[in-house]
Design a protein around this ligand. Structure first.
Ligand code: FES
Length: 107
């Protein structure tokens, strides 16, 4: 649900997102990683891993999880939860794809 302090912003076109990979964006002053899975799901998370700052957009996808490229910790695409104990979750952001292929993020 969008609150009064959240804003839905145009981010890119769906074809700007490589299938099976991530891409980083600056949304305002917030770095965000956006992923497009091979199954067609699009999701957005914090751009950097809370463990040691790994660039998550450069990580692999394992199903609905992002795998950090530095030490392979995994983060859930919906909840942001990490699979390792004592590692903070990352933020996730609502994202949607319009019928014309426009990708919108809510921050
Ligand atoms: S920096 Fe991401 S797992 Fe270590």
């Amino acid at each position: 649900m969008q609150t009064s302090t959240q804003t839905r912003l145009a981010l890119c076109q769906i074809d700007d997102l490589p299938v099976g990979l991530g891409r980083s964006f600056e949304v305002g002053e917030t770095p965000i990683a956006v992923f497009r899975t091979r199954a067609g799901k699009v999701f957005a998370t914090d751009a950097f891993c809370p463990h040691k700052g790994g660039p998550l957009a450069d990580g692999m996808l394992a199903g609905d999880q992002v795998v950090c490229p530095y030490h392979a910790f995994r983060f859930d695409s919906q909840t942001g939860e990490c699979d390792q104990a004592n590692v903070c979750a990352i933020a996730t952001y609502p994202i949607d794809v319009a019928a014309d292929g426009g990708v919108f993020i809510t921050v």
